[in-house]
Design a protein around this ligand. Structure first.
Ligand code: SAM
Length: 210
C-alpha cells in the first residue's frame, strides 16, 4: 500500500492489505494472509481464505462438465483454457498428451482447479467411459453439428484440439459427436482458448443458475 491514506485504484484492483481489527476465528482464514494482506487473483468472498479452504468450497458446487485439451506441442492456449474453466467452475481440466503445459495464461488459477493428465486420447476416453461421460469434440470439421442449436448433456467432456492441426485423428475417433462454432468472417478458425470459452459458456447458458 502507498503512503496515501486511501488505497489507489491499482492497489484496490490487486487485493487487500493486512486485516484490520480483531482477527476472525474462522479456520478458513489464513494467518499469513491476515498478517500481510491478500494480493491473489481471487473473488472478494475468498479474501484471506487459505487455498485449501477455497478449493474445498469450490468442490462443493462444481459443475458437471469437464474440459479436455490436446497438448502435443505445448499449446500456449492451455493456460487461458484453465483460467476460463476455473471461472465457469468446470469439474476438471484434462490435459491429453504431454504432461507439461504452458501455465502463463492461467494466472495462477490452476491452484484452484483440478487438472488431470492423460498420456493419450485412448486413456482419456477410457476414463470418461468408466464415468459414463460422453466425449464431445469441439472443432469446425466437415459434418460437425452447430453448437448453437445443440443440447449439451449436463455431464460431459468437451474436447478441444490444438492451434494448427485442430483435433487429432485419434481425438476424432474417440468423440461421440463433434460441434462447430459458427463463424462469419474469412479466418478458418478462432483460437482454441476462445473456442473453449464459447463452448463453456454455451454449457453455462443451458445448465447453470447464476
Ligand atoms: C485454431 S483451431 C485449428 C483447427 C481447425 N480445424 C482449422 O481448420 O484450422 C484449434 C482448436 O480451436 C477450436 N476451434 C477453433 N475454431 C473453432 C470453431 N469455429 N468451431 C469449433 N471449434 C473451434 C477447436 O477445438 C480446434 O481444434
Amino acid at each position: 500500500m502507498s503512503v496515501q491514506e486511501e488505497p489507489t485504484r491499482d492497489e484496490l484492483a490487486t487485493g487487500v492489505g493486512p486485516w484490520e481489527g480483531p482477527w476472525p476465528e474462522d479456520p478458513r482464514y489464513d494467518p499469513e494472509l491476515l498478517a500481510h494482506g491478500d494480493r491473489r487473483n481471487v473473488v472478494d468472498r475468498y479474501r484471506y481464505w487459505s487455498r485449501e479452504a477455497i478449493v474445498e468450497d469450490l468442490d462443493r458446487r462444481r459443475h458437471s462438465f469437464h474440459i479436455a485439451i490436446e497438448n502435443w506441442q505445448h499449446d500456449f492456449n492451455i493456460g487461458s483454457v484453465v483460467r476460463t474453466a476455473n471461472a465457469f467452475l468446470a469439474a476438471e481440466v484434462h490435459i491429453v498428451g504431454r504432461r507439461r503445459w504452458n501455465r502463463r495464461g492461467a494466472m495462477v488459477t490452476d491452484r484452484y482447479q483440478h487438472v488431470r493428465h492423460h498420456v493419450d486420447l485412448a486413456a482419456m476416453a477410457e476414463w470418461a467411459r468408466q464415468r459414463e461421460l460422453p466425449v464431445i469434440g469441439v472443432d469446425n470439421l466437415p459434418g460437425a453439428v452447430p453448437l448453437e442449436t445443440f443440447d449439451l448433456p449436463r455431464a460431459c467432456v468437451l474436447l478441444f484440439g490444438q492451434e494448427g492441426p485442430g483435433l487429432s485423428d485419434a481425438a476424432r475417433e474417440h468423440v461421440d459427436v463433434c460441434l462447430s462454432i459458427a463463424q462469419f468472417g474469412s479466418t478458418r478458425s478462432i483460437n482454441a482458448g476462445a473456442a473453449a470459452a464459447i463452448a463453456m459458456h454455451a454449457w453455462i447458458r443451458q445448465h447453470a443458475t447464476p
